[in-house]
Design a protein around this ligand. Structure first.
Ligand code: AGP
Length: 372
């Protein structure tokens, strides 16, 4: 009903707007006064966590994109090898998992059959399973050894938005916790990441306040036949997520690529006027990554693409190559998906409305996929 939507036209818009709170609620109580992490619900002892020699993240769809970000963060902070795999592929390929494998199953609903079957398989092989879930008491957390709840609140729109942002937060916290328990890299860098995490709710708020030009752009592009999304590092899963949103809501051809892969084939798709959304990492710190993507933008623009650049405030290097710039607040690259995904959600939502589609109930899709 209209009342349930809190005055918004769609649940999706309401849920996009709730993201600062969802992120804050997921962080709440999990960072101690001294900056150390407190994950009381972990149910896996520090000793068990210290024994793990590999992390395997399994998930589907949007949750899988959160898992891709987790891999970058976990390996960087803990030096423990981390794989990420589509849950539906996992048990059919004879994966190497055992007693010393920590499997992280990410699921908003906690009822996704592909993810459930993958976690059952992992447990049969002796792995310990940690669920990251948004639904209290759902099957996936019930069948896992440990659970980390995201506190996004109920997500009604079929397209996942606030659950995704909180899954990212959960992945960061689990990664940092593992680092803390194992004593690897627990020092100034991690402490500063914890501070940066606490700044995210207000940064997401800032992004939400500046979305009108993104909506206008979506309306302007609503007759495009195809939109491409590119990014590097954790910007790559953000690109995949932007493309998934556009496919599921606006029924538009959309694809996400790792920016440097374009030249290995997909760049042939670029013709005059094709909109290409580029997710640009922070120019501070890991500037090599930033320089590389600037040259990727140059390449695609030279071939006629219309470039829509998501870049940090104050990043001037991208200006000459951007047909449109969407600014996001300063953010360390690993955490940037939390702010950079928001404009892509708004873009897809507006695009679906402009094309006359049902934003909350896209065709052929169900909120939770309970068949394999
Ligand atoms: C997201 O917008 C999708 N509707 C879908 O990809 C979803 O993320 C996927 O089905 C996994 O669902 P889960 O998180 O409930 O397991």
């Amino acid at each position: 009903s209209a009342a349930e939507k809190d005055g918004y036209d769609h649940f999706m818009l309401k849920e996009i707007a709730e993201q600062p709170k969802a992120v804050a609620d997921t962080l709440l109580g999990r960072i101690g006064a001294d900056g150390r992490l407190l994950l009381d619900q972990m149910r896996l002892s520090d000793e068990e966590l210290r024994e793990m020699d590999k992390v395997v993240v399994i998930a589907c769809g949007t949750a899988y994109h959160a898992g891709m970000v987790a891999k970058y963060a976990i390996e960087h902070w803990t030096r423990v090898p981390c794989e990420v795999e589509l849950a539906s592929e996992f048990r059919y390929r004879d994966p190497v998992v055992g007693r010393r494998t920590l499997v992280v199953a990410i699921s908003q609903s906690g009822e996704t059959m592909d993810t459930l079957m993958a976690l059952r398989y992992a447990r049969e092989q002796g792995a310990r399973v940690l669920a990251i879930c948004n639904t209290n008491g759902a099957t996936i957390p019930r069948e896992s050894d440990a659970v980390f709840y995201t506190y996004a609140g109920p997500e009604v729109a079929v397209a996942s938005t606030k659950a995704f942002l909180t899954q990212l937060i959960a992945c960061y916290l689990v990664g940092l916790y593992l680092g803390q328990v194992r004593g690897t890299k627990w020092g100034d860098e991690v402490r500063s990441v914890v501070r940066d995490l606490s700044d995210l709710p207000s940064k997401v708020d800032q992004v939400l306040e500046t979305m009108e030009p993104v909506r206008a752009l979506a309306r302007e592009l609503s007759t495009a036949t195809s939109v491409l999304f590119v990014g590097r590092h954790v910007g790559f899963p953000v690109a995949l997520e932007g493309a998934l949103k556009l496919k599921e809501l606006a029924y538009m051809h959309a694809e996400g690529f790792a920016a440097a892969e374009l030249k290995h084939g997909p760049i042939a798709l670029i013709e005059d006027g094709v909109p290409v959304v580029v997710v640009v990492p922070s120019p501070r710190g890991r500037s090599v990554l930033h320089d590389k993507i600037v040259s990727n933008i140059q390449e695609i623009r030279a071939r006629g693409a219309r470039t829509i650049v998501i870049a940090e405030e104050g990043d001037e290097a991208v200006v000459p190559y951007a047909d449109h710039i969407v600014r996001v607040p300063e953010c360390p690259t690993l955490l940037q998906p939390v702010v950079a995904t928001v404009p892509l959600q708004v873009f897809a939502c507006e695009m679906a409305s402009a094309r006359g589609f049902d934003v909350d109930q896209p065709r052929n899709l169900a909120k939770s996929v309970t068949v394999e």
